[in-house]
Design a protein around this ligand. Sequence first.
Ligand code: DGL
Length: 276
Amino acid sequence: MENDEKKGMPIGVFDSGIGGMTVVREIMRQLPHERIIYFGDTARVPYGSKSRETVTRYSRQIVRFLQTMCVKAIVVACNTASAYALDELEGEIDLPVIGVVKPGAKVAAQVTQNGRIGVIGTQATVGSGIYTTYIQKINPRAKVIGKACPLFVPLVEEGLWQDPVTDEIAMRYLGGLIDSEIDTLILGCTHYPLIRSTVGKVMGEHVTLVNPAYETARELKELLHKHGLSSDRQPQLGTNWHQFFVSDGAEQFIHFANSIIKYGVLSAKVIPIEDY
Ligand code: DGL
């Protein structure tokens, strides 16, 4: 297929569920000419408490599904899947693939002044040490302090984005990071940008918050450009320009997704992902 034809093809984006919509939001903002095929694994979320083998198997199935939709590139819009499965996926498919961890790590390594960086995420992401590995490749002297914050995901999904309960949990989770004198904190889970203001309030103004979703969209733009795959089509919003798929609970997904992005998720289709 000629590159000109490929340029008009969509980008496949996936997450364990709804959280990857924070990455979709950034892609829509920064790459408005691109069409997105999103898959949220709402039947099997959370990934953050599952094993590497399971998350890798799930990710492979989703990639196979996205390939049936003729995507030109894949964004692993989930920190846990990026931590556990990205390397394997990169070796297995013949498409540009990008995860959220490397872009977030790169920016954190660049912006820190005192070399002390915090990472918050799921048990899996923090336990994998993946952010530390990438950060120290760029800045070997950096000290990376991880903290798993598992309750943040259900709090976000309950809509408690600005709530005293979330403030209280944030103070408990983040106290140790404040004592560690970090000057940079990576929001290493797709849900966390939605409680950015709470995290920012607890950490204080002197701590720079890094949103990997934003950095990933920026790197995706460069990646598409490098491969000659950037779309120049005019967006046709209000149509099926973007398409959304889930493994369960389409109505709930549509409701939540519309609270994250303003463009409006018109519909979502349930896919039997175990068949892929
Ligand atoms: N999307 C996941 C991540 O970014 C959070 C939710 C989950 O545990 O599946 O790590």
